[in-house]
Structure formats: structure tokens, C-alpha cells
Ligand binder design. Structure first.
Ligand code: UD1
Ligand code: UDP
Length: 368
């Protein structure tokens, strides 16, 4: 008996984390996989899907420049509702906590279609940080009928919210599956970095960091570069105009700060491998960098990914430029402190999460 499965992909990290699931489901003879790109991200998500050889079956083409949350949500909900109506799926799968995921879960609720949530149970316990993702992931959990928790602590959060134990499967995070698929490639960096230079890799995109926080991050980066002659910064700048404008205005002229376009996934992984230190507010980077033994300073006030922090391989430091400077200076000058963070402890998965997800779907939907 064939099961029709809608796989929803909205943004770059969803494409990265859903690709291993989509590829694993496509190998199953019983699964009719329909990939739906909301295109909340246009070129960032397209690039990842094509890297993994995935062509969307449906493309809602939602992205607009500097899109606003309510408008994006409304258009995603209407578009996804229509696709669900047209394809009558047996289930819908989505990953994470973006607007696309919240809209997919809501559309499933209205249509009474089972919603399966990948990377379920992450919580910062602060509705404003990250904004609006904490809200999105809570909505997704309330609606999901099967929850793929990446870690034991994510499972505990769901149990605390009265999700039935039998509806939760701890799978590991599919980002590590994706990382394993591309990490062996040794791609060139977008700018040549001399072997004796230490590379500091930066990414910033969170909405709560727009304005003064990003400015503070830029000021700290500039000072770190001025204080350390052997440091070069590579920052693939997120195309959100709230990020590009500030980054280019404050850092655009320093010859050792390389502001480049967002990198294809394989190239970005190569940059993480080459990096001495990573400064980021990204969720995915917090999960990948520990697997590559690279220390991360997380430029956020809260994180829903405490495991690597508890392991001591990631530090949550916020966006105050003095605090960023203190931690940056320490890791650039204290070899022991650096070594303690660059241990390669990887709490987020073993590269087999997508296989576990497929097995859990079979157990739930094919057994009766
Ligand atoms: C979104 C998600 C965030 C996720 C992030 C991953 C929401 C509310 N936010 O944030 O949870 O961590 O994606 O990167 O769901 N843009 C382009 N081209 C692209 C992608 C974006 O030009 O391929 C520009 C557009 O101007 C767009 C803007 O970036 O309007 C913001 O995109 P949006 O998806 O709303 O927010 P992100 O900050 O990317
Ligand atoms: N990434 C990428 N190219 C870049 C920057 C990031 O491929 O230039 C990857 C990164 O390896 C990670 C994912 O994008 O897997 C994280 O995406 P992002 O930081 O946009 O979103 P978040 O994870 O915070 O939701």
C-alpha cells in the first residue's frame, strides 16, 4: 500500500536537514514522496536542494524581499492548504521552527492530516529568543502526531508538555547525516587564506539581532582583527537587507574581513573545517561545528541547543561587543582554553537519523 508523503522545505537549513530524510524516503518502495518548496528562501534553499539532487514537485515561490512575518505566514498557509487539498497526503513532514513549518503544521491541523515533526522538542523557554522560532516550534509540537526528537533532552521537553511517550522517537539530528554526505569534499574557500593565517568564520541572521546587536558584533570583529595580525575573517553574509546593510557599512573596507555571498553548503562546510574559531547565531552551525571539532561562540542570549554548551565545546555569549571581545581574545591567545573547546565532541547525532525516521514512519503507518 502506497503512502503519499508531503515533505515541506522552506529555508536553507530545512533543505539541508530534510534532504537526508527525502533521499531515505525515496528509497522506500511504499513511499510516494512529494517535495513541496515553499521557497520562503529562494536561492539559498534552491542551491541546497540541487546539491542533493532534489527537484521540488511543487513550488509555492513565496519569497519576497525583506518579507514580513504575517504576510509570509498568510501566504504560506493558503499555499500549503491548497497543496494538501490537491494531493490528499497520508502525512506531511517538516523540519524545525521556521514560518514555513508553523504554517505547514497549522494547515495539517485544519485539514486533519497527520503532521510529523523533524527536530522536535527544542526549547529556549523564552518566546522572544529566538523570535519567532520558539513560538513556531511550540505550535508544531502541539499539532504533530509523531515527533522526531534529536536528543534526549528534546524528548524530555515534549514529555513535560504531555506529548505521549509513544509518539516521540529520539533519532539524532539529520544535520549530521547531511554533514557526513558533504564533509569529505575539500572545496576551495571563496577567498584565498594563507596557511599561516587563523580564520574566524562568522554568520549572523537572527531577527532579534537586527539593529544594535549586529552593530556590536561588527565592532567586536573589527577590534579582534586589529588586535591579531594573523587573523582573517570570512563572513558569508545572509541576504536579508537588515544584515547586509550593516555588515557592509561597518566592515566593508577592512582588507582582512572578507564579506562574501552565502556559500553553497559544501563550500561552507569546507570553511568550517578551515576555521580556527566560529562566531555565529545560527542553529545548524551550533550542531555541525562540534562534529568538526571547531569552537563556536554563539551570538545569542538563549539557545535551544544546550548539549554542546554543557559539553564545553560551544559557548553562549550574547551580542555585547565587550563580551565577544573577551571570549574572542581568550580563544585566540590561550592555547589550553582553545584545546578544551576543540575536542570534537558531537552531541547531536551519529549520521543515521534519517534511517531512524523512516523506520519510525514504517512502524506507525505501515503496521496496521
Ligand atoms: C529564516 C527563518 C529562521 C531560519 C533562517 C535560516 C523564519 C521567521 N525565519 O530567517 O528561523 O533560522 O531562515 O536561514 O522563518 N533572502 C534572499 N534570498 C534567500 C533567502 C532570503 O534574498 O534565498 C532575503 C529576502 O529579502 C527575505 C529575507 O532574506 O525576505 C528574510 O528571509 P526570511 O526567511 O524571512 O528570514 P531569515 O532571516 O532568512
Ligand atoms: N550554511 C551554508 N552556507 C552559508 C552559511 C551557512 O550552507 O553561507 C549552512 C550551515 O552549514 C548550516 C545552515 O546553513 O547547515 C544553517 O543555516 P542558517 O544559519 O541560515 O539557519 P539556522 O540553522 O540558524 O536556522
Amino acid at each position: 500500500m502506497t503512502k503519499t508523503i508531503l515533505c515541506i522545505v522552506g529555508t536553507r537549513p530545512e533543505a539541508i536537514k530534510m534532504a537526508p530524510v527525502i533521499l531515505a524516503l525515496r528509497r522506500e518502495p511504499w513511499a510516494k514522496v512529494v517535495v513541496v518548496a515553499t521557497a520562503q528562501h529562494r536561492e539559498l534553499a534552491d542551491e541546497v536542494l540541487s546539491l542533493f539532487g532534489i527537484e521540488p514537485d511543487v513550488d509555492l515561490d513565496l519569497m519576497q524581499p525583506n518579507q514580513k512575518l504575517a504576510d509570509l505566514t498568510a501566504r504560506a498557509l493558503v499555499g500549503l492548504d491548497r497543496v494538501i487539498g490537491e494531493t490528499s497526503p497520508d502525512m506531511v513532514i517538516a523540519q524545525g521552527d521556521t514560518t514555513s513549518v508553523m504554517a505547514a503544521a497549522t494547515a495539517c491541523f485544519y485539514r486533519q492530516v497527520p503532521f510529523l515533526h523533524v527536530e522536535a522538542g527544542l526549547r529556549s523557554f523564552d518566546m522572544q529568543n529566538p523570535f519567532p522560532e520558539e513560538f513556531n516550534r511550540i505550535v508544531a509540537s502541539r499539532i504533530a502526531t509523531l515527533h522526531f526528537a534529536p536528543t534526549a533532552s528534546a524528548r524530555r521537553h515534549l514529555l513535560d508538555e504531555k506529548v505521549p511517550e509513544g509518539d516521540i522517537v529520539v533519532t539524532g539530528n539529520t544535520v549530521i547525516d547531511a554533514l557526513h554526505m558533504v564533509a569529505a569534499q575539500d572545496l576551495p574557500l571563496p577567498v584565498a587564506i594563507a596557511p599561516d593565517r587563523r580564520l574566524v568564520l562568522v554568520t549572523v541572521h537572527r531577527r532579534e539581532n537586527f539593529g544594535e546587536p549586529i552593530q556590536g558584533i561588527c565592532r567586536a570583529i573589527l577590534t579582534l582583527v586589529e588586535e591579531h595580525d594573523d587573523v582573517e575573517v570570512l563572513w558569508p553574509v545572509h541576504p536579508n537587507p537588515n544584515v547586509t546593510g550593516v555588515a557592509h557599512a561597518l566592515l566593508g573596507t577592512n582588507p582582512r574581513v572578507h564579506l562574501v555571498k552565502p556559500q553553497p553548503y559544501g563550500g561552507f562546510v569546507a570553511a568550517m573545517k578551515r576555521a580556527h574559531l566560529i562566531l555565529s547565531d545560527s542553529g545548524g552551525v551550533q550542531e555541525e561545528a562540534p562534529a568538526l571539532a571547531r569552537p563556536v561562540l554563539v551570538l545569542r542570549r538563549e539557545t535551544e541547543r544546550p548539549e554542546a554548551i554543557e559539553a564545553g565545546v560551544v559557548r553562549l555569549i550574547g551580542t555585547d561587543s565587550d563580551v565577544i571581545l573577551r571570549h574572542g581574545r581568550e580563544l585566540l591567545s590561550d592555547a589550553d582554553a582553545y584545546r578544551r573547546m576543540a575536542r570534537g565532541e558531537s552531541p547531536y547525532g551519529d549520521g543515521h537519523a534519517s534511517g531512524r525516521i523512516v523506520e519510525a514512519i514504517k512502524a506507525r503507518f505501515l503496521s496496521s
